[in-house]
Each structure stands twice: as C-alpha cells, then as structure tokens.
Ligand binder design. Structure first.
Ligand code: TYD
Length: 223
C-alpha cells in the first residue's frame, strides 16, 4: 500500500557538501528524544534493491545513456524505496527523514540534465503517486564551499569524486539556482536554510522549523 498514514515525511535537499546528512542525523536525534519513531534513509538507495541501483548510478555507467535514462533509473530506485520503506513507515505513524528525494531529480536531471518537464512529471507520478514530503529543507551554500567540504569528506574516506561531484562549476551553480527555484515555486512545502552557518546553528534553525510546523500544537509522542 502506498499511503501517507499519520507519519511525517521530511526531505533534505541541496547541492554537494551542504551538510544534509549531518543535519538529518541531528534532527533524528531531536525527534527520537521526544519519543517519536524516526526512520532515516537516503536516495538513491534506502532498500537493498535501490542501493544496487545507487552503485550503478553513482559509478557513472548510466551517464552515456543520457539524463532521461538516469532519471528513469532514479525513479526505479524510488519505486522500491517508497513501496518497501517510506510508505509502510508513514502508515505506521513514524517520522521519515530522507536525504534527497524527487527534488534532486528535478534539479539534477531536469534543470541541469535538460530532461523535459513532461517526461520528468510522468516518472515522478509513476514512482511516488500522490506522496509528497510534508516539509523539504533545502540547505543552501555557495557551490565552491560545498564542493570543498565534499572533497575533504572524500579524502578522509579514501574515495573518488562520484558521477555528479565530478561535474564542473557551472553545473553546480545551476543546481543551486534550481533548488532555490523549487523553493520559490512551492513555499508551503520548502524552507531554505543557510548552510554556511555553523552546524549547531543550522541544527537549531531546523529544530525550530520542525517544532513550529508540527509539534507546537501537539503533545509529545505517546509514551
Ligand atoms: P550522495 O553521495 O548521496 O551525494 P550527497 O552527499 O551530495 O547527497 O550521492 C547522490 C548523488 O546522486 C548526488 O550527486 C545527487 C545525485 N542524485 C540525482 O542526480 N538525482 C536524484 O534523483 C537523486 C536522488 C540523487
């Protein structure tokens, strides 16, 4: 079943190295501290089958087939992720925090990859149906800073730049604009947070956003 249930669905979006993963963990700690069941996950990936597709996508092996083929494979990974993990968790009433979701396809394959909006909308509908995040936090950071952070993270992990990190400066500038455009088009769903602030400060801003939107009127989770 693909439903939303009583759970809350929050996605984190932005360019490379903006601090999404760190902030997602910080928010999960906050919510668990309040007694809520909280599931953390990521895209592409989140289930064994989708993680297999993630390895193929990030290796760059699909790139020669073009951005539409990449978008189709991201959508394929998303179908399994939504069916097996996100939807069941929301139906049980859990909070689901997801590192990237359909806005990444809109920004990377759509705005930057040039996939036609009609084709993207069809893939999106097929993958997620009517499921939409309740809140999307877009972390915004100048790309030079984000890429420098991603390079440090990679060096300490002994890894190489993946398919998308390896793109040029113009690609990453365009991505930043694409995420800001998404936020401007859907201000109800999306909040832009300044990723250049110290991590503790970013975490505080995000906690406040989430508390104000979902919790201030509600008691903490049932014990
Ligand atoms: P990841 O290592 O998770 O990057 P980051 O730490 O920046 O989130 O790799 C995911 C990459 O896949 C990232 O470069 C963005 C890209 N991507 C897309 O191009 N389209 C998508 O739909 C998704 C979910 C990710």
């Amino acid at each position: 079943m693909r439903g939303h249930g009583n759970g809350r669905f929050i996605t984190f979006e932005g360019g490379e190295g903006v601090g999404k993963s760190t902030q997602l963990v910080r928010l999960a700690e906050h919510l668990r501290g309040l007694g809520f069941e909280t599931v953390t996950t990521r895209e592409p990936g989140g289930t064994p089958k989708a993680e297999t597709l993630r390895r193929i996508l990030l290796s760059g092996r699909v790139a020669p087939l073009g951005a539409l083929a990449e978008a189709a494979l991201f959508a394929a990974a998303r179908i399994d992720h939504v069916d097996k993990l996100i939807s069941p968790a929301l139906v049980r009433g859990a909070w689901v925090l997801c590192d990237r979701f359909f806005d990444s396809t809109r920004a990377y394959q759509g705005a930057r990859g040039g996939v036609e909006p009609g084709a993207l909308a069809l893939l999106e509908k097929a993958a997620v149906g009517d499921l939409k995040p309740d809140l999307t936090i877009i972390l915004d950071l100048p790309p030079q800073e984000g890429l420098a952070r991603a390079a440090i993270r990679r060096a300490s992990a002994g890894a190489r730049a993946d398919r998308f990190e390896a793109e040029g400066a113009r690609f990453h500038e365009g991505l930043r604009r694409a995420f800001l455009d998404i936020a401007a088009r859907e201000p109800e769903r999306c909040c832009v947070v300044n990723g250049a602030l110290p991590a503790d400060e970013v975490a505080r801003v995000i906690r406040q956003l989430v508390d104000a939107r979902f919790l201030d009127a509600e008691p903490a989770a049932a014990q």
